[in-house]
Design a protein around this ligand. Structure first.
Ligand SMILES: Nc1ncnc2c1ncn2[C@@H]1O[C@H](COP(=O)(O)OP(=O)(O)O)[C@@H](O)[C@H]1O
Ligand code: SF4
Ligand SMILES: [Mg+2]
Length: 336
């Protein structure tokens, strides 16, 4: 294989066997008195996927499945307990690549569910958007910075004059636009959106999703899009990973996942999406709750909720094979 070809095929983001545990033990003295063992929670337990440049990859799963923990490790806010994240080939963990990582930092930005929490309420929006430009010394001169801020506000569908306002003067949707403008101010090329529209009304949600897609087309952005809502993800992602209790249980092309979901958990999630009700395949009623992640079920952690569980499911963790981690799927005993 020649070099340029290999280069073109290198994924923008490469995540391998990513792990993160949290020590959620009670304080030492309580443990000694109550004779309790140390408790370790596996929030992310061997997650791997790749994202091509310019693509949207989505992670979905119920609350507590480890999506935010993955996101925080991908952007470098949280050190992994194991595995690695590579962005344009640069490791986010290897100490030998610290200087490459610093250069990459401003290209990677995160958009949160609640943008208000990450904005200084006493700053005008123009200062909030200008902050990364000043911090990274991207543009010199006040007039040039002001012009760039106006341009960024227009890009996200706000008026340049909105810059004089304070965050509380905006609606939730407009504040999310400000957050996107600020992310783009640092010339970001990779945005990680952690439930970026989950706090918004449905109509406003659609506007922000459209804006994100429009910006992706215009600027060639790469997205990791995280949501507990499959209906939202459907309109955003070319590829989707479904998470359950810290693991990816199904991964694949978005269209295939929606038309022919394989893993019983994916099917269960899809059955809960109203506008997809008439697919003709056998429906699995939504049932049960996510088990306690401190003491997860043995084998396939989905087994207490799964209508296809057999003995093997309770003892052996299913490996992710051809994008599906399910014994019944490998044994061809799932209904189509
Ligand atoms: N800092 C932390 N300390 C202890 N437990 C955590 C911490 N962060 C997340 N968790 C736990 O890790 C699991 C995954 O959480 P999270 O990544 O937030 O899931 P999601 O974003 O899918 O809702 C949950 O059980 C959560 O309680
Ligand atoms: S491995 Fe077993 S319990 Fe897990 S999803 Fe497949 S059939 Fe259900
Ligand atoms: Mg979360």
């Amino acid at each position: 294989m020649n070099a340029p070809l290999r280069n073109r095929e290198t994924p923008y983001v490469e995540i391998t066997d990513l792990r993160r545990t949290f020590d959620v033990s009670r304080p030492w003295l309580n443990r000694v008195i109550e004779r309790q063992p140390r408790q370790i929670l596996r929030a992310v337990d061997g997650v791997g996927f790749t994202i091509r440049r310019g693509e949207t990859f989505a992670l979905v799963g119920e609350s507590g499945s480890g999506k935010s923990t993955v996101a925080r490790m991908v952007v470098g806010l949280l050190p992994p307990s194991g595995g690695d994240v590579r962005i344009t080939g640069v490791s986010m963990t290897d100490p030998r690549q610290a200087s490459e990582r610093r250069r990459l930092r401003r290209r990677i930005q995160m958009i949160f569910q609640d943008p208000y929490a990450s904005m200084n309420p006493r700053w005008r929006v123009r200062s909030i958007v200008a902050e990364p430009i000043r911090a990274f010394n991207l543009i010199q001169g006040e007039a040039a910075i002001a012009a760039r801020v106006g341009e960024l506000l227009s890009l996200v569908g706000l008026h340049p004059d909105d810059g004089v306002k304070y965050p509380h003067e905006f609606s939730g949707g407009q504040r999310q636009r400000v957050a996107i403008a600020r992310a783009l101010a640092s010339e970001a090329e990779f945005l990680v959106g952690d439930e970026p529209t989950s706090a918004l009304d449905v109509s406003v949600q659609a506007q922000i999703l459209n804006l994100m897609r429009d910006l992706q087309d215009r600027l060639g952005l790469t997205y990791l899009f995280i949501s507990h809502n499959l209906a939202v993800v459907r309109h955003m992602a070319s590829r989707i990973g479904v998470m359950y209790l810290g693991r990816v249980v199904e991964i694949g092309d978005g269209r295939a996942l929606f038309t022919a979901p394989k893993h019983p958990y994916t099917r269960m999630l899809l059955d809960a999406v109203p506008d997809l009700a008439l697919t003709g395949r056998q429906r699995i009623p939504v049932s049960g709750e996510i088990p306690n992640p401190i003491d997860p079920p043995s084998g396939c952690t989905f087994n207490p909720r799964c209508p296809f569980a057999e003995d093997r499911c309770r003892t052996e963790v299913p490996a992710l094979i051809e994008g599906v981690a399910c014994h019944a799927f490998q044994e061809r005993r799932l209904p189509l």
